[in-house]
Design a protein around this ligand. Structure first.
Ligand code: ZN
Length: 118
């Protein structure tokens, strides 16, 4: 009974890393994770398609976890209207793939293509 073989406590660290990486990609306010969650709930409920390519999004995937997973996209970019960052009406559903492709140039896509399976 004394020795309990510790099973891996890894998944948590992994999720954290992902969040952290996202945050660094774009300076977001501290309320952003909350708004993002609301947008996720809204879009998942409506099964909103990607507003960039029009294809359906796989809502069974964790947000931003795969190219075809959901990711929030600001209709008016954050750089142009930071005050709309937390406005749900300005946030549309998109594929992580499409969002990144459009948002930060195609070269980001090529690099990000390298699989991130840990
Ligand atoms: Zn798309």
């Amino acid at each position: 009974m004394p020795h309990s073989s510790k099973s891996s406590g890894k998944p948590l660290a992994r999720a954290f890393l992902l969040e952290e990486r996202e945050e660094r990609m774009s300076k977001r306010s501290s309320r952003w994770p909350y708004i993002r969650k609301m947008a996720w709930d809204r879009d998942r409920k409506n099964r909103a398609p990607c507003h960039i390519c029009g294809e359906r999004i796989d809502y069974s995937l964790k947000p931003s976890s795969a190219p075809l997973a959901w990711e929030p996209d600001h209709l008016v970019p954050f750089s142009k209207a930071p005050e709309l960052e937390l406005d749900l009406a300005n946030i549309a559903a998109s594929h992580a793939r499409c969002n990144r492709q459009r948002g930060s140039g195609a070269q980001d896509m090529a690099v990000g293509q390298r699989s991130r399976i840990w």
